[in-house]
Design a protein around this ligand. Structure first.
Ligand SMILES: Nc1ncnc2c1ncn2[C@@H]1O[C@H](COP(=O)(O)OP(=O)(O)O)[C@@H](O)[C@H]1O
Ligand SMILES: [Mg+2]
Length: 393
């Protein structure tokens, strides 16, 4: 279990005074907080190192008593994780997403006379402080679990309809950033210098892959019949860094802002799974749309669903991407000369990046027979399709 901040420390960081201050800034009026109740932390997972998440129930005394349920996202307490996060500015990136990108997207759609709800929690407050300063970075979000949203365990994976809804959600952010880029003639990397830049992102992912590959190799060595896959992975090893750099690089005309950590643990669904909210915008890049699609399908779908439905899921994503873009005044096929067959080609390339990212957090999959088998199936399929050996067609 991750080394989380102690309750006493929490009470000093998330004090009644500070919470009152956050809410006052948000609501623009005096807010009197009478009680804070710290809730149990959300479910721990092996990947749970990039932040310390605190759920707090706030009682507010106004004309009538009121309750606000907050998620407070702090730097991880564990020193190694904290260094990893601050060095690569994961905290800054997510704060800037809520503070700069989101308002720009809202403004852009207003100008385009379109209404595309952003599938993200409301942000109450954010503050960025460089590592080592007295106060640490903090992001305060609406706790969606109190609005009937729930997560889907990684071991179960998404249902087909959940996967479709998740792709529709991310297509909104993709369409908005793509249309804003083209209509306003923006260089997204220049406009948002905090985006995870290809060289920096490559270094971070490469570090993870270097840690994950030996773990995966040790696991595969004990499995008969997987010798070819193991050999392909060993062959890929000296090329992983170049491969990551190449596949993260945005490719026009469809370069846009990707979530880049788009797997089921960063998603929340409402009760009937008709809505999907996307969390954890720490890794946003100016990159390729299919990177998000591929990571979701490779990491978070059962093998049966992935094998039977990849094409229809890509159709579904494409339909929403093009529809949302059209509502923002951008006709992707006509204006960008990018079509559905091209999406297939890009998807195929993104599969390799998705696999490398899964290898980078392979500890999430190892130890559970279902998720281990899912990973072996992905490796087998990508091997059979020639993706592991880097064949482009
Ligand atoms: N706004 C929110 N509402 C409800 N739960 C949340 C919210 N934000 C985060 N969580 C919970 O905390 C977990 C970790 O949050 P996340 O932003 O993904 O942090 P990390 O960077 O540590 O992965 C999520 O998987 C989810 O269970
Ligand atoms: Mg997360």
């Amino acid at each position: 279990m991750a080394d989380t901040t102690s309750r006493e420390e929490l009470q000093s960081i998330i004090s009644i005074d500070r919470v009152s201050n956050w809410l006052e800034k948000h609501f623009g009026r005096t807010v009197s907080v009478t009680k804070l109740k710290y809730e149990d932390p959300p479910q721990e997972t092996a990947d749970y190192v990039l932040s310390d998440i605190v759920a707090v129930n706030v009682s507010v005394e106004n004309e009538g008593a009121d309750q606000v349920n907050l998620i407070v996202k702090l730097l991880p307490n564990d020193p190694f994780s904290r260094y990893f996060v601050t060095e690569a500015q994961f905290d800054l990136r997510e704060i800037k997403f809520y503070d700069e990108v989101v308002p720009d997207l809202l403004q852009f759609q207003k100008e385009a006379n379109a209404v595309i709800d952003l599938p993200i929690p409301k942000c109450f407050y954010s503050e960025y402080n460089v590592a080592g300063s007295e106060l640490e970075s903090v992001l305060v979000l609406d706790n969606l679990k109190h609005r009937g949203f729930h997560s889907v365990p990684f071991s179960t994976g998404l249902s087909l309809s959940q996967c479709r809804v998740a792709l529709e959600s991310v297509s909104r952010v993709h369409a908005l950033t793509l249309a804003m880029k083209h209509k306003n003639k923006l260089d997204l990397d220049e406009k948002y210098p905090f985006l995870f830049k290809t060289p920096k992102a490559t270094d971070s992912y490469q570090q993870l892959v270097e840690r994950g590959l030996p773990q995966l190799a040790a696991f595969l060595e004990n499995k008969p019949g997987l010798e070819n896959i193991l050999a392909s992975l060993q062959e890929l090893r000296p090329r992983t860094k170049d491969t990551i750099a190449e596949l993260l690089r945005p490719e026009d005309p469809l370069g846009l802002i990707t979530h880049t950590d788009f797997w089921c643990n960063n998603l929340l669904f409402n009760e009937d799974s008709s809505q999907c909210m996307i969390l954890d915008w720490q890794m946003i890049c100016y990159s390729r749309a299919t990177n998000d699609v591929a990571l979701l399908l490779v990491s978070s779908l059962s093998s049966a669903l992935r094998r039977d439905h990849t094409q229809s899921l890509l159709d579904h994503y494409w339909q929403h991407l093009t529809d949302h873009s059209a509502s923002l005044g951008l006709r992707i096929e006509e204006e960008l000369k990018y079509d559905r067959p091209q999406l297939d080609k890009d998807y195929r390339q993104s599969l390799l990046l998705a696999l490398l990212l899964c290898i980078g957090s392979v500890d999430v999959a190892l130890g559970n027979p279902d998720t281990e088998q899912r990973l072996v199936d992905v490796l087998q399929d990508l091997y059979d399709q020639g993706v592991l050996s880097g064949k482009t067609e």
